[in-house]
Design a protein around this ligand. Structure first.
Ligand code: XIL
Length: 383
């Protein structure tokens, strides 16, 4: 690892913005790092990291200042898209592991752990077109089971030595109805619950030491009550069927999507606490897998906005991390520059969103203080 002086020189040379970058470099190296704070309580801290298209800055990986920030503040990364069907499986019989391998190699070289995301995204919108159109033939169940088992075995098996925790199934519940989502694959297999069960059993076989996670975006918002109930029902059914699920991944995309006021948003602190209690009472572990704060409903003024985002994050993290079962906190990116939320619905005033702990110039924001404060305040985990 280079020291700060060497880093500033290198960053200034590559990006030709010496004064800005030297300040940003200082912020990247803020100590204790978020991972150090998490480790002091027996927990881990990390971030998603995306490769982007070759030759562009679309994913943060191409940006050396961003890589430095991630390496300095995190204990682990999760590839933002590179382990998903849509990227690593361009067709039924083709696998492209190059993007995921690149991120994993970088993580290893920087002594960072890796989470795997995801082995099955049970959502038609994120199912690759070729799979939606796939002909499963005269015995669809057999063909569907074979395809899913092969996929999970291949992907989980390939990364089993480095990935200690996999999101095996992502977003299987339609939050508007509380029912399980169907895709071409689960239709072929003959049921979503059977599909989920198969994915977890195959993952356990391929990566027997890994933590296996069901990951979803239920939240503390009042509008999420039906979703929370459906997640509890699903976890109960999976447990009753002896499906090897170790933990619930709480995505943690909080804030306003524009439908409400972000600072309140009908937050249901007590309902959220009871939800988490019910999950842990069933014996499941917990993680926050994709934390960020959507500031769509907040004022333009940056100081006001950052303060409100920090307040919201602090309150959410305090109640969630008060459960010692939460063993990991992952942000969905560290710098606003590379947040996926910039590409989703824009703010009414058209200003860039500020959903992550560091600014586009990689400067620490009040949200970083809020995350650090919550990590310092949470109870010790059993290690
Ligand atoms: C998002 C990525 O950040 C985007 O780059 C991509 O276009 C779509 O997916 N929940 C998840 C993540 O489980 O995989 C999503 O990631 C964000 C919402």
């Amino acid at each position: 690892m280079m020291d700060r002086r060497q880093f500033v020189a290198a960053a200034g040379a590559t990006l030709a913005l010496p004064s800005l970058i030297s300040a940003a470099a200082a912020d990247a190296q803020v100590v204790p790092s978020l991972d150090t704070l998490a480790k002091a309580r027996g927990m881990r801290f990390g971030s998603a990291l995306g490769l982007g298209k070759p030759g562009t800055l679309e994913g943060g990986f191409a940006d050396p200042a961003y890589r430095t920030l991630i390496a300095a503040q995190c204990g682990l990364i999760v590839p933002e898209n590179e382990m998903k069907w849509g990227v690593l499986r361009p067709s039924a019989d083709q696998f492209d592991f190059a993007p995921a391998d690149r991120l994993v190699a970088w993580a290893k070289a920087h002594n960072l752990g890796v989470r795997g995301h995801n082995l099955l995204w049970q959502h038609p919108r994120w199912t690759p077109e070729w799979l939606t159109a796939h002909d499963f033939g005269s015995q669809p169940r057999v063909a569907g089971e074979k395809m899913l088992t092969e996929h999970v075995t291949k992907v989980a098996g390939r990364f089993a030595d480095v990935v200690h925790s996999f999101d095996v199934v992502n977003e299987a519940i339609d939050e508007k109805t509380g029912t399980l989502r169907e895709t071409s694959l689960s239709r072929a297999i003959g049921g979503t619950i059977e599909t989920i069960a198969l994915a977890f059993h195959a993952a356990r076989q391929a990566a027997p030491r890994a933590q296996l996670v069901y990951n979803d975006y239920m939240s503390w918002a009042a509008s999420s009550a039906l979703h929370r109930a459906a997640v509890l029902k699903l976890l109960g059914e999976l447990k009753a069927r002896n499906v090897p699920v170790d933990a619930l991944g709480i995505q943690g995309h909080i804030g306003s999507n524009g439908a409400g006021v972000a600072t309140t948003l009908g937050r249901q602190t007590e309902e959220w606490r009871s939800f988490l209690d019910a999950v842990t009472a069933m014996g499941f572990g917990l993680l926050i897998t994709e934390f960020d704060v959507n500031d769509m409903g907040l004022p333009a003024d940056i100081a006001v906005r950052d303060q409100a985002v920090g307040e919201l994050a602090g309150a959410y993290l305090d109640v969630t991390l008060s459960h010692p079962q939460v063993d990991t906190l992952m942000c969905w990116g560290l710098s606003d520059r590379y947040s996926w939320l910039q590409g989703t619905s824009p703010r009414a005033d058209g200003l860039p969103k500020r959903p992550l702990p560091y600014s586009t110039a990689m400067r620490a924001k009040p949200l970083r203080d809020a995350v650090a404060g919550a990590l310092r305040a949470m109870p010790m985990r059993a290690v």
